[in-house]
Design a protein around this ligand. Structure first.
Ligand code: F6P
Length: 319
């Protein structure tokens, strides 16, 4: 393997740069030429490609975003998209590819691998919604961001004696709400995996208010329902003024935590190792503190298991 291409795809995640740095440096250490493909699969289709060297990835381990930029590329999922990508791969003499992204990006990576291009994937998404790996790169940084926001919102919640709904990202996965709500001491955590019981939220709110608690934080995962409608219902049922904060894309940026940098670097390193060992079609992950890999097909078929034990503990600790 003489040339490896690397791209970042889908929603960006803090720690993608650390993974990229690991891919580039491990490749160069092994005398492999590394090509950086810009803007995800778009760059692969259009030949937006630049050779990388040791200094291209200097000073990025601590930076959020992705220096290669990213995109969600619909054309890539089509037959003509794959054909164009294969042509570019041939023109640039790319022998193997590392894809840094979430499950949509991995589906693209699998297509390439099925079409004879040696490809491996490193899971990078704040959602932590890939069941085959314990954690994805970016998740814990997003959780830190949300916990920090909850602490700030709790101050004003107490001052005003209000309830505050904090809506977080996660697509169809409640992990950000669960982990951040747990660590931030939220009074209620609402996730798609468990559904919503507004009366239970209101009961808790009234009981804790009667005990003299001034604040009430409700961590709500996106996709469960409309935060403003929930707020209206809570206000009507409890008489407590309720505000909504939708954290949005603030969760996607920022300095990656040490943990995200560490798993990103280990998995980026392993990605190049796997290609050099002649392996293809592999998703890399973290299981019980070890770096593991498995076929894309199997990895993509494993549903994310929601930690209902943690959810139940959170309920008990927030009585
Ligand atoms: O997958 C990451 C994520 O941030 C989700 O949590 C969210 O639903 C989605 O991407 C938002 O996508 P976009 O940045 O394209 O609006």
């Amino acid at each position: 393997m003489k040339t490896i291409g690397v791209l970042t795809s889908g929603g960006d995640a803090p720690g993608m740069n650390a993974a990229l740095r690991a891919v580039v440096r491990t490749g160069i250490y092994n005398n492999v030429r590394i090509l950086g493909i810009k803007q995800g699969y778009n760059g692969l289709i259009n030949g937006n490609i630049e050779e990388m060297n040791l200094s291209s990835v200097a000073d990025i381990i601590h930076r959020g975003g992705t220096i290669l930029r990213t995109a969600r590329c619909e054309e890539f999922a089509t037959e003509s998209g794959i054909k164009k990508a294969k042509n570019v791969i041939e023109i640039f003499d790319i022998d193997g590819l590392v894809v840094l992204g979430g499950d949509g990006s991995f589906r693209g990576a699998k297509l390439l691998s099925d079409n004879g291009v040696p490809t491996v994937g490193v899971p990078c998404t704040i959602d932590n919604d890939m069941g085959y790996t314990d954690y994805t790169v970016g998740f814990f940084t997003a959780v830190e961001t949300v916990v920090d926001a909850i602490s700030k919102i709790r101050d004003t919640s107490s001052s005003h004696g209000r309830a505050n709904i904090v809506e977080v990202m996660g697509r169809r996965c409640g992990d950000i709400a669960l982990y951040a709500g747990f660590a931030g001491g939220a009074e209620s955590i609402i996730v798609p995996e468990e559904g919503i019981d507004i009366d239970e939220v209101c009961r808790k709110l009234i009981q804790s208010r009667n005990r003299g608690k001034l604040h009430s934080i409700i961590a709500l995962a996106e996709g469960v329902g409309n935060a403003y409608e929930f707020a209206k219902e809570i206000e009507e049922k409890t008489g407590t003024e309720t505000r909504v904060t939708i954290l949005g894309h603030i969760q996607r940026g920022g300095v990656p935590t040490a943990f995200d940098r560490i798993i990103a670097s280990k998995m980026g390193y392993r990605a190049v190792e796997l290609l050099l060992e002649g392996k293809s079609g592999k998703a890399i992950g973290v299981k019980e503190n070890s770096i593991v890999d498995m076929d894309f097909e199997e990895a993509l078929s494993i549903n994310n298991e929601f930690d209902s034990e943690m959810y139940d503990i959170a309920k008990i600790l927030s009585i």
